[in-house]
Ligand binder design. Structure first.
Ligand code: DX5
Ligand code: ZN
Length: 229
């Protein structure tokens, strides 16, 4: 696979909230509903106060979703040391945190040299302007709309303005990065994300922990269609 660029906004289910005892089934369910990307949250217990999984789990996702974009969000220190193992495991997108990369330009180049799409994430307290020197070369900008580390947190509304500013910058400068919101995306917050220019909307708990995932997917898509019409 490679980077899929849907023409309208979409939900990227985050497996952080999936049932790890049935991970393949959960991934296949999301793909069958139409998810163009599957989001994988990598946490190291240092950059963020939680631990998740490594390349072997990403490989399992790749096998369960051979035709879907595998979006790997690295919430880890020294991400440059782990780019190759995650790429080998099947990542199509490798997103690193600006806060974890003193040589961000070089790290983005390393991701591209591996043949993957490059994403750069910023925490809620990081201004979007730190990305200005690299915006022309990135494929995805990840606006963290919660403090990274856990699923199920409340969307931080103050992050919406970053998407607006990034959208303006993109049109003024002819860039093409995809704007992603990550954290707290739900039926209650999706309209605000769409209005601000969010295109890839990561949903962990609001999708995988929904009482009826099919119904939840349909609700999200009704809202997306309404916003795009
Ligand atoms: C948070 C992760 C998110 C998380 C979102 O640190 O980066 O991708 O899975 O979970 P929800 O959608 O439950 O806020
Ligand atoms: Zn994430």
């Amino acid at each position: 696979m490679s980077l899929t660029r849907p023409s309208t906004p979409f939900i990227a289910p985050s497996i952080l909230s999936a049932d790890f005892g049935h991970l393949g089934d959960d991934v296949r369910e999301a793909v069958a509903l139409g998810a163009p990307w599957i989001h994988c949250d990598i946490m190291d217990g240092h950059f963020v106060p939680n631990l998740t999984f490594g390349p072997d789990t990403v490989r399992a996702v790749r096998h369960a979703a051979p035709d879907t974009t595998v979006d790997v969000h690295l919430m880890i220190e020294k991400p440059e040391q782990m780019l190759s193992p995650f790429r080998d495991a099947g990542a199509d997108i490798l997103s690193v945190h600006a806060e974890a990369c003193p040589h961000l330009h070089r790290t983005i180049q390393q991701i591209h040299d591996l043949g993957a799409a490059a994403g750069v994430a910023i925490n809620p307290s990081t201004p979007w302007q730190v990305l200005e020197p690299v915006l022309a070369m990135v494929d995805v900008v990840v606006i963290m709309s919660v403090n990274p580390g856990f699923g199920g947190q409340t969307f931080i509304m103050e992050t919406l303005d970053k998407a607006r500013a990034l959208r303006d910058w993109r049109s003024k400068n002819g860039a093409s990065f995809i704007i992603q919101f990550d954290g707290g995306v739900s039926p209650e917050t999706i309209d605000a994300c769409l209005d601000a220019g969010g295109q890839s909307l990561v949903a962990g708990s609001a999708f995988f922990k929904a009482p009826d995932r099919k119904e939840r997917w349909a609700l999200f898509h009704t809202k997306i269609e309404h916003a795009s019409s």
